[in-house]
Design a protein around this ligand. Structure first.
Ligand code: MN3
Length: 204
């Protein structure tokens, strides 16, 4: 399902793989809570919140963009953004992530100096995100790739940037498998799961 075409009432998009497909990096147990409870709750709460409001009938992406920065619609933003981010996160991982090739490899080379330099910078950002949030590889307005983080519920799409890949660094993403060891989760995520063909497709 193209994310930008989803409309209210929103449904929980299907995972692009089986719940155990990311083992041993992320367990089926983590995915079943993360997708089946956390992600599902954002979607159902969002449907409750937008019912009867001007947001009803908009695409999920438009709900995120239009509610961003609007204090009175903060709850709508939080749930819409988390629904969008999670869908993007599931696609940012693949059971066999592999290595970047082609256009995305070249872009990593010209923006960071190479894959290793990218991984170092992404790791630093993901570990430096205090508390809950997200680490992103984005295409900035100047066309260059860069790494950003967002806190709690927030997304580059709310700030005019184009996300290519994201890692969820809320504790619920890794606590059952890694407890407080976020560095181990991020290292394994980058080496084994990062979905480079998805990132390349998002380069556009
Ligand atoms: Mn999450």
């Amino acid at each position: 399902m193209p994310l930008d075409k989803a409309q209210t009432p929103f449904t929980l998009a299907k995972l692009p793989y089986a719940e155990n497909a990311l083992e041993p990096v992320i367990s089926a147990r983590t995915i079943s809570f993360h997708y089946g409870k956390h992600h599902a709750a954002y979607v159902s709460k969002l449907n409750e919140l937008v019912a009867g409001t001007p947001y009803e009938g908009l695409s999920l992406e438009d709900v995120v963009k239009r509610s961003a920065g609007n204090e009175k619609d903060k709850a709508i933003f939080n749930n819409a953004d988390q629904a969008w981010n999670h869908d993007f996160y599931w696609h940012s991982m693949a059971p066999k992530g592999g290595e970047p090739t082609g256009k995305i490899k070249e872009a990593l080379q010209s923006s960071f100096g190479g894959l290793k330099e990218f991984k170092d910078a992404f790791t630093k950002a993901a570990l430096g995100q205090f508390g809950s949030g997200w680490a992103w590889l984005v295409k900035g307005k100047d066309g260059k790739l860069k790494i950003t983080t967002t806190s709690n519920a927030d997304s580059p799409i709310a700030h005019g940037e184009k996300p290519l890949l994201t890692a969820d660094v809320w504790e619920h993403a890794y606590y059952l498998d890694y407890q407080n060891r976020r560095p181990d989760y991020i290292a394994a995520w980058l080496d084994k799961l990062a979905n480079w063909s998805f990132a390349e497709k998002n380069l556009g």
